[in-house]
Design a protein around this ligand. Sequence first.
Ligand code: NI
Length: 174
Amino acid sequence: MIRPIVLHPDARLKKKSVQVESITDALIKLADDMMETMYDAPGIGLAAPQIGVLERLIVMDCAKKEGEEPDPIIMVNPIITASSAEKSVYEEGCLSIPEHFAEITRPEFVQVEWVDLDGKQHSEEFNRLKSTCIQHEIDHLNGKLFIDYLGPMKRQLITRKMQKFKREKLRGDE
Ligand code: NI
């Protein structure tokens, strides 16, 4: 089921999400809905708070080039256990801030621990786009958006444009 995506600015996007205590049928359904919502958008990552659920769950699929095999990843309670001093820069966007993009500098490599939907523990190193995507999605679980890395002027400009976009969308939905 495709769920509506929470748009910035919204208090739910600024909150810290809680740990998932157990893998339930409801959680599996939630992950399934998130994956469907992400592919439909389309996007390469989605965090639970972006559909209004303040739990530590993210989904991604960074295989976005034509002809590339799908590469869906679901992470429950992901944490970054190490990150590199080397940085990489990507132009980031966010399904909660549509049509706005900015170059963001982040560690190039991260070591990530997470639990999958079978309750199995994983630890893996990621680089490049996947690394950026994971860091962006984990930020969502901590109430942080990519625009929080920008200067206040740029951030306020995007926020004002998003407020206008949401007002117009609301009127259009009536
Ligand atoms: Ni995002």
